[in-house]
Design a binder for this molecule. Structure first.
Ligand code: FAD
Ligand code: UDP
Length: 396
């Protein structure tokens, strides 16, 4: 008899498996319908011996010391700060838009203050910032919106930016300095031996068994378990009783080139004419030395594996119905990007599962009448500074 079955061996499920097994001495069965662990962060060496990410490029970044310290138990890191160029008007210019972008695009030589004035003169102030269109037009105006955001967003989501929550394009800031980095988080690094290795270390505990190529549905009535943690799509768990939650999918096209480098930086974005949104060259991310190089093109599509929850009011409303239904179940928990229908980065998913672990332990203690130990509180899963004492949660 297992204490927990965990459906999904991505970050959401594996963090909980590791915590429950190592800290609470629970017997855990992790299952995944795919033939590998690590969820969408799965990486492997391709036929040419180059480390690639099967489900698109994954760059680790976080402001949470707790998340960073926790994952550091399972991997060493390679410092890496991602830089992205956008192909606009026949040039490659930095995105997020910054001083270098404006100067290159318009053939200017503005300083920080002048770029600020330039953007102010272009921006069209909106009273309310509700949609992804509002965010961008309010900050940089229509012209830059058309060049960098509208086409990319339409491709990526199959929707106009005005049909998407503000949070989507708000992921990409605008700067007036010359910082060309894609992220500004405190911790920016890649697992030194890859994500899959990190997961192997995380799941290597005598209390954890892993079963691959298995859908939860196949074993739910066969393998006895007290509790379930479900990290697949929440609507599928409930047989779509309130309807299908929309997800956006991608096709990945991999290429290996017989030269050391293919493009000038880790990722090049193609906001406009091409059918793909971006090309990523893995060697920049992994630091691998190799005479050849592998890249991946991302082609967005409606059907296929559910990669992106689509943040917009009607979808959030449907998710709330599923969330309410989930709250009526005992010993069933939902977490992760698909389980909670949230456009979360890896660190946010790790933080969310660490928080859920604390809740489960707390509920367990209350049930068994063990002296009440106050629940230390949630982890802020927004992209802000985290004020957590790493020794408080997550530490052994
Ligand atoms: P997943 O990794 O999707 O894991 C869920 C697992 O559950 C899957 O393996 C699935 O097979 C399994 N499953 C589902 N249903 C069932 C079932 N019924 N039975 C058994 N198994 C089931 N984040 C970053 O921080 N940085 C990045 O650079 C970044 N890049 C990304 C690029 C792309 C193209 C995508 C799609 C995402 C990216 N992310 C990035 C987000 C990151 O992938 C997620 O935050 C993270 O992987 C979510 O982990 P998860 O465990 O919730 O979900
Ligand atoms: N975006 C854009 N142009 C860009 C980069 C991003 O319009 O050059 C918008 C687009 O809607 C995208 C969103 O900003 O989906 C978030 O970008 P991010 O790079 O964070 O996407 P992810 O890595 O999650 O696919």
């Amino acid at each position: 008899m297992f204490d927990f079955v965990i459906a999904g061996a991505g970050f959401a499920g594996s963090v909980l498996a590791e915590r429950l097994a190592s800290q609470a001495n629970k017997k855990v069965l992790v299952i995944d319908k795919r033939n590998h662990i690590a969820g969408n962060t799965y990486d492997f060496y391709n036929n040419d011996g180059i480390l690639v990410h099967k489900y698109g490029p994954h760059i680790f970044h976080t402001n949470s010391r707790e998340v960073f310290d926790y994952l550091s138990k399972f991997t060493e890191w390679r410092p890496y700060e991602h830089q992205v160029l956008a192909s606009v008007d026949g040039q490659l210019v930095p995105i997020p838009i910054n001083q270098n972008t404006i100067n290159k695009l318009y053939g200017l030589n503005l300083n920080c203050e002048q770029v600020n004035d330039f953007l102010k003169s272009k921006a069209e102030k909106r009273d309310q910032i509700k949609t992804s269109e509002d965010v961008v037009i309010n900050t940089v105006g229509k012209e830059l919106y058309e060049k960098f955001f509208r086409g990319y967003t339409k491709k990526q989501w199959g929707l106009e930016p005005s049909e998407l929550d503000a949070s989507v394009t708000a992921r990409v800031p605008t700067r007036t300095n010359r910082d060309n980095r894609y992220f500004t988080d405190t911790y920016q690094c890649m697992p030194l031996h890859g994500y899959t290795k990190l997961f192997e270390n995380m799941l290597s505990h005598p209390n954890i068994k892993v079963m691959l190529n298995t859908d939860y549905e196949e074993i739910q009535n066969i393998i006895p378990h007290t509790s379930l943690i479900y990290t697949g799509p929440i609507d599928s768990y409930f047989n779509y009783c309130y309807g299908k939650l929309p997800y956006r999918s991608l096709d990945f096209k991999f290429e290996t080139h017989d030269k050391e480098f293919f493009q000038p930086t880790g990722t090049v974005n193609y906001p406009n004419t091409q059918a793909y949104t971006r090309i990523t060259e893995f060697k920049y991310l992994t630091g691998q030395q190799h005479l050849k190089t592998s890249v991946v093109y991302e082609y967005p599509k409606a059907d296929g594996d559910p990669y992106y929850p689509i943040p917009r009011p009607e979808n959030n409303k449907m998710y709330k119905q599923y969330q309410l239904l989930a709250a009526t179940l005992t010993n069933v928990y939902f977490t992760g990007r698909l389980g909670t229908y949230k456009y979360y980065n890896m660190d946010q998913v790790v933080a969310q599962s660490l928080t859920l672990y604390k809740k489960i332990v707390h509920d367990d203690a209350s049930k068994e009448g063990i002296a009440f130990k106050p629940f230390a509180g949630g982890i802020d899963t927004k992209i802000t500074k985290f004020n957590f004492d790493a020794d408080d949660a997550g530490a052994e």
